[in-house]
Design a protein around this ligand. Structure first.
Ligand code: 9UX
Length: 72
């Protein structure tokens, strides 16, 4: 049930933005590992699909105010 999802996160303009998104991701129950790259607007999230779905992860990021698109 270990999965990896990659998201494009639009609208991050400084490292505080990306750090905030990263903290939010890491705070989601079921997320094991999360990295957000400001330059590429990409996030890679390792999670347990028994505990959380990628859709819940995506919606949680969107709640921070950044448009979020599933890459793969
Ligand atoms: Mo940086 Mo992001 O000053 O919303 S925190 S732009």
């Amino acid at each position: 049930s270990g999965q990896i999802v990659r998201l494009r996160i639009k609208g991050m303009t400084c490292t505080t933005c990306s750090t905030t998104v990263e903290s939010v991701l890491r705070g989601i129950k079921g997320v094991k590992k999360a990295q957000v790259a400001l330059a590429t607007e990409e996030a890679e999230i390792h999670y347990d699909s028994k505990m959380v779905s990628y859709n819940e992860i995506l919606e949680t990021v969107e709640d921070t105010g950044f448009e979020t698109i599933l890459i793969s």
